[in-house]
Design a protein around this ligand. Structure first.
Ligand code: GLA
Length: 506
């Protein structure tokens, strides 16, 4: 009897289901490091239906499939990511202070939410028309700057510190690299990633924000330690974190970097899709490549555009010394192994002295993987002739992590002057063998096990590229394994590696 009554009530009340009236302009304003960033929602509620648009450092984007259920709401934004449609679902709820908006996030990263406050209750007008995108004509090739004969090595602030990078952190990191052996192991570049930028002065010169009181003095300090300083920008109006980009200030910014004493630029596409037809990407990157060359200062040029548009085929022509081949790495096995094993196949022909494929920065020591997995990370990156940019807190590195990052025999594989990136030469179930030739006739060979339990892995010399006997050294064990005919087998831990150097016997 009771149940029937409840059911009847539900049917009766359903059409009257409450939906918060979200009509109006809602805004979140972030003021940090002397930079102001805004995200606005211009919403119109019609019962349960929600329409309008979002305005952020991604530009103006129409809301689709908007729904309000009681005090919660959801909508979808469809983005064009280099010709592919990507749907992102946002959710939110009404709170005492305004509305909170949850951003969609990759499965293995913590979520991000912001609080927006109501600025007005007026229904929004139509979304402003997007700016016409600029198409640049193909650019002349930029001559090679002569740098990065071996993959660049150093440190970058992003993976561990993100927006917490400061002048003090850079100085402390430089001090630590000298003290703890990282510099001796070959790590030279100390790279400031996103969030250093302030506004432009009246002449349009970019200024650092309050976290970096004197960039020139910082560069002098880093140089005094025998290290080099790197910086970060975007060809778009804004960087990925919403700070000032280099759009329409390319030459001016290159000159500023040179005047400060910068030795390395990571140039991250980010908001450039809002202003450029993305097919112009090679010309956009050539613009900064030429601007850096015009300064006369040797500045390593790192392209960060997530590997789209087959960058490996044109990165060299814009004088990129390295180019990212994938989206961002995260500090977990799934992300690292997918990037390192699956997304680097068929790229080795494009890499070589001066111009490297970049599978993204290291996560070694950040805590999300086991040491076995970090050894796999380091081995794979070394076989791939990848840039080695440590991404952990170098001010306090435990000995086990230092042993992984600063292992000279492993680093020698990465830095081999022949500059030949490894290829996968065998795959059986969850095990893979990768190999690269080294200068002088030896080979580096990685026996990997991506499976959930230990497995025996075999590397056949005929797959590696020679026959007969080879003298084997196990690099992580720092132990000679003698002369071995035809093949080398080893038990390999789950998610682990045995990395060897093998010298064919004449
Ligand atoms: C992008 C890059 C990252 C990092 C962030 C900074 O996501 O791929 O490596 O530079 O931007 O905002």
């Amino acid at each position: 009897m009771k149940r029937t009554l409840v059911a009847a009530l539900c049917i009766f009340l359903a059409p009257l289901a409450y939906a918060a009236d979200l009509t109006g302009h809602w805004m979140a304003k972030f003021e940090a490091d002397g930079t102001v960033r805004e995200t606005s929602l211009f919403l119109k509620a019609d019962g349960n239906l929600l329409t309008g648009y979002m305005s952020s450092n991604q530009g103006d984007e129409a809301i689709q499939d908007g729904k309000i259920t009681g005090n919660t709401f959801s909508f979808v934004i469809v983005r064009d990511r280099f010709g592919e449609e990507r749907k992102s679902e946002f959710t939110g709820k009404v709170t005492d202070q305004g509305i909170t908006l949850e951003f969609p996030h990759p499965s293995n990263r913590p979520g991000r939410h912001i609080l927006l406050k109501r600025i007005s209750t007026e229904a929004p007008g139509p979304m402003p028309a997007p700016p016409t995108k600029i198409s640049l004509p193909a650019a002349a090739p930029v001559p090679y700057n002569g740098l990065a004969k071996t993959p660049p090595m150093g440190w970058n602030s992003w993976n561990k510190f993100a927006n917490k990078v400061t002048d003090a952190l850079i100085r402390q990191t430089a001090d630590a690299m000298v003290r703890n052996g990282m510099k001796d192991a070959g790590y030279i570049y100390v790279n400031i990633d996103d969030t250093w930028q302030g506004s432009r002065d009246a002449q349009g010169n970019i200024q650092a924000n309050s976290k970096f009181p004197d960039m020139k003095a910082l560069a002098d300090y880093v140089h005094s330690k025998g290290l080099k300083l790197g910086i970060y920008s975007s060809p778009g109006p804004k960087t990925c974190a919403g700070y000032e980009g280099s759009f329409q200030h390319e030459q001016q910014d290159a000159k500023t970097y040179a005047a400060w004493g910068i030795d390395y630029l990571k140039y991250d596409w980010c908001s450039a899709s809002q202003v450029y037809d993305y097919h112009s990407m090679p010309a956009v990157y050539a613009k900064m490549g030429a601007a850096l060359a015009a300064t006369g200062r040797p500045i390593v040029y790192s392209l960060c555009q997530y590997g789209v548009l087959k960058v490996e085929q044109w990165g060299t022509s814009v004088d990129g010394n390295l180019w990212r081949t994938t989206g961002d790495i995260s500090d977990n096995w799934k992300s690292m192994s997918h990037i390192g094993f699956d997304l680097q196949l068929n790229l080795s022909a494009y890499s070589g002295p001066g111009h490297w494929n970049d599978p993204d920065m290291l996560e070694v020591g950040n805590g999300g993987m086991t040491n076995t997995e970090y050894r796999t990370h380091m081995s794979l990156w070394s076989l791939l002739a990848a840039p080695l940019l440590a991404g952990n807190d170098l001010r306090s590195v435990p000995p086990d992590i230092m042993h992984i990052l600063a292992n000279k025999e492993v680093i020698a594989v990465d830095q081999d002057p022949l500059g030949k990136q490894a290829k996968r030469i065998a795959k059986e179930g969850d095990t893979e063998v990768w190999a690269r030739p080294l200068q002088g006739g030896a080979y580096a060979v990685g026996l990997f096990n991506r499976g959930a339990s230990s497995a025996k892995v075999t590397a056949r010399w005929s797959d590696v590229g020679f026959t007969g006997k080879g003298t084997v050294r196990d690099l992580w064990a720092a132990a000679d394994r003698g002369s071995v005919s035809d093949q080398f087998s080893a038990p390999v831990l789950s998610h682990g590696v045995v990395l060897i150097r093998v010298e064919p016997q004449k």
